[in-house]
Design a binder for this molecule. Structure first.
Ligand SMILES: [Zn+2]
Length: 433
């Protein structure tokens, strides 16, 4: 369902006029209120009034995670503390976490965007939302919480961890919507199965999964095992938290970006130049309505592409394709760019292996090596050694064919790869460079 028809189905011309007006206002705001941006714009010889068209976005400087660290803790804030009503911090997947701030109006915007997000996934008033995203500094838990309340749904603020207890709540409280990371959804499926729970008997209808990259293969696996429709959501705390983009349940093919609040670009991470429309590159976002901490051209490091084709749900908002990895997590193995998600896609299509794997990167002499450790499922585990060897060789061959890189595949026992209750650790880099 489309919650905000006016804003989600705007003709592109109207949308662009609105974006330009908002972009001009935000450049003006940060120039006058954030010394960091004033310096950057002055260095570039740029005044806010020189932003006359949306293409002038390219004149603006990029903002990086390092810039946020350099201005730690509150140097990026564009609102005085008596206007700030909430502070979160990035989840700290890489390096030191950085704080982000919200004014009252920012929180209103965020709740509204999360209500749009839940509605796009098919949630509505009367639903019960099992929210297993972490509550705390991480934006996932509270982002969903206020969005679900705004929508009029009932929230179970279960947060992360205590998996067995969560299984009990899924059975007893009958939630209809599950929100968590995709790896945790699979973990719930696994623990539920161990406890003899039948997911078909639950009330769950839809799941909104994000905060880590996942694949179409994983979607199929989650939908089959949890007996629900699974949609992808994207967001990052620096921009607002969850609620930047989401898949519609009608299309399930790319995530509609709320372009009336976030202006997206795709650049080549090496040259920093925009890539041709539809091509893959690093997602860069300018927040055009944030008050407390607007960011100009923030380099998300997430690799994706944008699709402006109309969607069957009726939204006119551009769609991001699934995140294919991170431009800075991109593994370069003997000169080949490898994203963990590409390997995951191959594993998910291979019968006999479970969706749990780790990539071990190492270096022998001057050569990078990549070992793929993947669990076999119970059925394959009881096979003869010869069959297991041929399974490993088959995966090796497919990775070589698809990614043109030679890897070693090691099959490991069911349940031997550490499980995660948050973001799964997929890559272990042992290179000492
Ligand atoms: Zn759609």
């Amino acid at each position: 369902m489309i919650r905000d028809v006016a804003n989600e189905t705007r003709p592109r011309e109207d949308l662009e006029a609105l974006q330009l007006k908002r972009l001009q206002a935000v450049v003006e705001r940060v120039y006058h209120l954030v010394p960091f941006y004033r310096r950057r714009l002055d260095e570039a010889g740029l005044k806010p009034e020189q932003i006359r068209t949306l293409d002038d976005l390219r004149l603006l400087p990029f903002t990086t995670k390092q810039d946020l660290r350099d201005n730690y803790p509150f140097g990026m804030f564009a609102a005085p503390m008596d206007q700030v009503v909430r502070i979160h911090a990035s989840s700290g997947t890489t390096g030191k976490s950085t704080p982000v701030a919200y004014t009252q109006r920012d929180l209103e915007t965020w709740a509204e965007l999360m209500a749009r997000t839940l509605a796009a996934a098919g949630a509505h008033r009367g639903d019960i939302v099992h929210n297993a995203y972490g509550y705390g500094l991480f934006t996932g838990g509270l982002g969903f919480h206020y969005g679900a309340e705004r929508l009029g749904a009932a929230v179970i603020p279960v947060s992360g961890g205590q998996t067995r207890r969560q299984i009990m709540l899924l059975q007893d409280f009958g939630p209809t919507v599950l929100v968590c990371t995709p790896s945790f959804a699979l973990y719930l499926a696994e623990v539920g199965q161990e406890l003899g729970m039948d997911f078909k008997k639950l009330q769950l209808r839809v799941g909104i999964f994000g905060a880590e990259p996942w694949t179409e293969g994983m979607r199929t696996e989650i939908e089959n095992r949890l007996n629900l429709d699974a949609v992808d959501i994207y967001g990052l705390s620096e921009i607002i938290g969850p609620g930047v983009s989401v898949e519609c349940i009608e299309g399930k093919s790319g995530l509609h970006m709320f372009e009336d609040h976030f202006l997206p670009e795709i650049i080549d991470p090496a040259t920093l130049q925009p890539v041709p429309p539809g091509e893959m590159g690093e997602l860069v976002i300018t927040t055009i309505t944030k008050e407390a901490m607007p960011l100009l051209r923030y380099r998300t490091r997430d690799v994706t592409s944008l699709n402006y084709a109309p969607c069957l749900c009726g939204r006119t908002l551009a769609r991001m394709n699934r995140i294919r990895g991170r431009s800075d997590d991109m593994l370069i193995i003997r000169g080949v760019n490898v994203f963990p998600s590409q390997i995951e896609a191959i594993l998910m299509e291979t019968p006999g292996v479970a969706p749990h794997y780790q990539l071990i990167v190492d270096r022998e002499g001057q050569l990078d090596t990549l070992e793929v450790q993947v669990e076999v499922d119970e059925a394959a585990f009881s096979d003869e050694v010869k069959q297991l060897q041929s399974l490993a060789q088959n995966i090796q061959r497919q990775i070589k064919d698809y990614l043109t890189v030679s890897v070693k595949v090691r099959l490991v026992e069911p349940r031997s790869i550490p499980r995660s209750e948050g973001k799964a650790k997929r890559v272990i880099d042992q290179r000492q460079i």
